[in-house]
Design a protein around this ligand. Structure first.
Ligand code: FES
Length: 246
């Protein structure tokens, strides 16, 4: 016997001055291996063509479909309804600008974070078109790959207590991004430059250790290990600095 799923979905169109925040209720008959993305598509096709939510890849790669599912950030395309109770509440991710209903603008947040942390390889060499490609060890490549698996869905940011109250905190996604370039042997930033990027409460010292980021990461990134790595690097660089000063 198939379950009847009852959805309570947040609605608001910020572009429409008449629109007020409210929730709408929809019912859907569960089918085998139904994901939240499939249920939402069915609601949009059969009950409310105006329902807004984001998706592109439908396979946990693009990071578009993050939303609060019964209060917890998750990807709609990866969440099976069979893992949820009959009654499902869907709200947009907090922290990010609301586009409408369940759709949020994660792109602007990630762009400003990347600009503030200068999330690109700083080589400090004049461009040489004839230079050979940079090589790196397998271990370095693997470590970078682990951090690069982030799909920038925003789930860790939405789950972060600090990011919810401080718009300038780079959050776990930002810290992971910084670690990715710190690990990269092609990036020639020195310890004092990394200290500049990381050491304020907008960086690693803003984290108060609530640990929700790793709990909700749909790619199971080791975000707490990343935080520990960054703290160790900072601590080591300060020690080195102190020894040189004396
Ligand atoms: S649709 Fe791409 S991650 Fe869900």
């Amino acid at each position: 016997m198939s379950r009847r799923l009852e959805f309570e979905i947040f609605r608001l169109n910020p572009e429409d001055p008449e629109s007020e925040p409210h929730t709408d209720r929809f019912e859907v008959t569960e089918t085998p291996y139904m994901t939240l993305y499939l249920a939402l598509s069915q609601i949009r096709e059969e009950q409310d063509p105006g329902l807004q939510f984001d998706f592109a890849c439908r396979s946990a790669i693009c990071g578009s479909c993050g939303m609060l599912v019964n209060g917890r950030p998750a990807l709609a395309c990866r969440t099976l309804t069979s893992q949820l109770p009959d009654s499902i509440r869907l709200y947009p991710l907090p922290v990010f600008r609301l586009v409408g209903d369940l759709s949020v603008d994660t792109g602007s947040w990630f762009r400003q974070m990347a600009e503030r942390t200068e999330a690109w390889v700083h080589q400090k060499l004049p461009f040489d078109a004839s230079a050979e490609e940079s090589r790196m060890s397998d271990d370095d490549a693997q470590a970078i790959y682990d951090s690069d698996r982030c799909i920038e869905c925003g789930c860790c940011v939405a789950a972060c207590g600090v990011a919810n109250i401080r718009s300038d905190f780079v959050a776990a996604a930002g810290l992971n991004r910084i670690a990715r370039f710190m690990l990269d042997p092609r990036d020639r930033r020195d310890e004092s430059e990394w200290f500049e990027v990381l050491s304020s409460d907008q960086g690693i010292f803003g984290c108060i250790g609530l640990m929700a980021c790793e709990d909700v990461c749909p790619k199971q990134l080791p975000l707490l290990e990343v935080h520990a790595y960054l703290r160790r690097r900072l601590f080591a660089s300060r020690l080195v600095g102190k020894q040189t000063d004396t």
